[in-house]
Design a protein around this ligand. Structure first.
Ligand SMILES: [Zn+2]
Ligand SMILES: [Zn+2]
Length: 272
């Protein structure tokens, strides 16, 4: 017989609200700390029914399907919209915080962690149709963290590197980088097959990045966790040839967008 935990609701809710209010902006580690504090209680409830719901606050359920990468595997956390801080001025301009958002829709896909916006057609993205790249790029640009990588300037060193390579050389380098950083997997101690240090294999340090690193952050191909969320490619195995081609195609879209003269300069020998 499962006992209801209804009597604990007010104090838990108040405590959670206070903590999250104190960290407006929902930094990942802070929200994670809140969840950690709830972990014992959650674990108990999960052992009973597999689901814990604190009405008006949070719904957590045990799932076996791939989950949002920001949260512990096999536990899906849904922060209900009332708990989110609400839109800021960037949300109002269509720039949301899907990246590392604590909130998901009922299919486990991220919604904006501030305003709860859920306007991305994830099923469409997960078809991985390179001829639909325009839609994919538009959606990546509605996330303020991804969008930053589309709008920011490429540092001169990375531009020079790309120019030295030329279009054909860059394409080779993209394919190689995709294979090495996210395509190839190793058996980890936990029994999972993952790229080496998945989640931190793509640097974001100016001076160390090539245009391909910029592109990987922009296109959510920096690690297998991001690729699962944005492109629907499951973790735990090597990329298929078709998936690899798609990822390479997206990265080349980025290179063409940021360095439209890359091909021309090689032909005309203009510039450096
Ligand atoms: Zn928003
Ligand atoms: Zn990533």
């Amino acid at each position: 017989m499962a006992k209801k935990a209804a009597t604990k609701k007010p104090s838990t809710k108040t405590e959670l609200l206070a903590r999250i209010a104190a960290t407006t902006g929902l930094a990942r580690n802070r929200v994670a700390a809140v969840l950690e504090a709830m972990a014992a209680e959650i674990q108990q409830s999960l052992n009973n029914s597999g689901v814990i719901t604190i009405l008006g606050l949070v719904k957590i359920e045990k799932v076996v399907v791939p989950t949002c990468p920001t949260w512990p595997a096999s536990i899906k956390v849904t922060v209900v919209p009332e708990l989110l801080p609400g839109p800021d001025d960037q949300c109002a301009r269509g720039l949301h915080t899907y990246f590392q958002s604590p909130a998901t829709n009922d299919r486990g896909q991220p919604v904006c962690g501030l305003c709860g916006e859920d306007a991305i057609d994830w099923e469409r993205l997960h078809k991985r149709n390179i001829f639909d790249a325009e839609y994919t790029v538009d959606q990546l640009n509605t996330d303020r963290w991804r969008g930053k990588w589309w709008s920011r300037d490429i540092d001169p060193k990375a531009v020079q590197h790309a120019n030295r390579k030329g279009p054909a050389g860059i394409e080779d380098a993209v394919r190689q980088r995709v294979f090495q950083s996210v395509g190839r997997v190793y058996e980890m101690p936990n029994g999972k097959e993952q790229p080496y240090r998945d989640g931190s294999q793509t640097t974001d340090k100016v001076g160390k990045m090539t245009i391909i690193h910029y592109g990987q952050h922009a296109t959510a191909t920096c690690c297998r966790k991001c690729m699962e969320v944005w492109h629907g490619i499951p973790q735990g195995r090597e990329l298929t040839k078709r998936e690899e081609d798609y990822v390479v195609g997206l990265l080349l879209e980025y290179v063409r967008f940021k360095l439209p003269t890359l091909g021309k300069s090689r032909l005309t020998r203009n510039g450096e």
